[in-house]
Design a protein around this ligand. Structure first.
Ligand code: SF4
Length: 381
């Protein structure tokens, strides 16, 4: 069934807000948060650790730490509390991104169950299963993902347990990889160029002859498609393949984005059909899926990436994140002096809806003639 990606118009009069048809929390994140809080309630007096940030949302993670939860690693996988400090009485919650086989092994060795408090999202597990299917047919797995992201590290580890695996971050990486497929670059250079991103015993000569692409569930759909299409073309021309025998060298896989990433990205395309003055994207600054929504909006209009309503300092200044340079900036005069002002709003899969509501309330408060949020909300009750 064709989905409707038309945004919802919240017409306050002097300000019109277009809200993406799909935005915010996904199944995996809701499920993970529910399990984490349930674990706290059911285990009074026990030490409860989270392997790393539950989700990429500072407010949710702050709520969890306030309830006594401790983080074992930061988002880059750097150990904050050593595994040696754990004992078998402790509880370790595996986040929605899943984790590596190596870490699972370490926890099991301590005597900690990894099944009971595992919140790995089924859509991430689906990617692992897809990798396994490719591996069984003797293809090498090319993972399109951010090499340091927890989910990509977990997917890499699961794929690498079954077959040769390499991670590409973007199209530039895919082009670099292709030079070893075509023989344009000497194979020994592969090991330097892709250092830390290929599996143990990877043989650049034999392991790049049959490949299949899977992706981190939160990448940009169009990027993954472009990378898969490009690598397929490289295989076809290198090995003189025809439509009938392409599968001998290139595994046909549809992208492994999850439904939430797909719907939120499609809803942004729908949102961008509306002529507007600027866009606001709400979400954690280290959230992969949120940054892709920002990327889409930036192509069309001024876009402010904020993680909280407090970042809207006043009607003339907004503090926002430039994810390209990983820094917060302050922009002035972001609200144009016109009537009505049209604003597009969406949020990432790890952003609670309450944050979006706060952002809308804050923006509307700057327009003295605007209808109240309560009045407009009633139209949707
Ligand atoms: S973004 Fe998708 S894969 Fe990630 S936790 Fe949410 S539903 Fe699962």
């Amino acid at each position: 069934m064709k989905k409707d990606f038309t945004p919802t118009l919240l017409d306050f009069g002097s300000v019109q807000i277009y809200l993406a048809r799909h935005f915010g929390f996904c199944y995996g994140v809701e499920n993970a948060i529910e399990i984490a809080f349930k674990t706290i309630d059911e285990n009074p007096g026990k030490r409860i650790f989270l392997l790393s940030e539950m989700i990429h949302n500072p407010k949710v993670n702050a709520d969890l730490t306030e309830r006594g939860i401790l983080f074992l690693q930061d988002t880059n996988g750097k150990q904050v509390i050593p595994f040696e400090e754990l004992n078998e009485q402790d509880i370790v919650v595996i986040p929605a991104f899943g984790t590596t086989l190596d870490i699972e092994k370490k926890l099991r060795a301590i005597g900690i169950s990894i099944e009971k408090y595992n919140t790995t999202c089924p859509f991430v597990e689906k990617v692992w299963n897809r990798s396994e299917q490719i591996a069984k047919k003797n293809y090498t797995v090319v993972v399109h993902g951010k090499p340091t992201h927890e989910e990509t590290r977990a997917t890499f580890s699961h794929a690498a347990a079954n077959t040769a695996t390499v991670v590409v971050n973007d199209m530039e990486d895919a082009i670099r990889l292709s030079k070893y497929i075509t023989g344009e670059k000497p194979l020994p250079e592969f090991y330097d160029e892709f250092k830390g991103r290929y599996s143990e015993h990877f043989d650049a000569e034999t392991d790049l002859q049959r490949i299949g692409v899977v992706n981190q569930t939160t990448m940009l759909a169009s990027d993954t498609q472009a990378i898969a299409d490009f690598l397929k073309t490289v295989m076809v021309s290198t090995y003189n393949l025809t439509e009938e025998n392409t599968e001998e060298r290139f595994a046909e896989t549809r992208d492994t984005l999850c439904y939430a990433t797909n719907d939120n990205q499609s809803a942004v395309y729908g949102l961008l059909q509306e002529p507007a003055d600027f866009a606001i994207v709400v979400g954690g600054y280290n959230s992969s899926n949120t940054s892709h929504l920002v990327e889409l909006c930036e192509e069309k209009l001024p876009t402010y990436f904020i993680n909280d309503a407090d970042k809207i300092i006043s009607d003339s200044a907004i503090k926002h994140f430039d994810f390209h340079h990983k820094q917060e900036l302050i922009s002035n005069d972001y609200l144009p002096k016109k009537d009505p002002v049209k604003i597009l709003i969406t949020s990432g899969a790890s952003c609670p809806d309450a944050l979006v509501e706060e952002v809308i309330k804050k923006l509307v408060s700057f327009f003295k003639q605007a209808s109240s949020v309560e009045k407009i909300a009633k139209q949707f009750a």
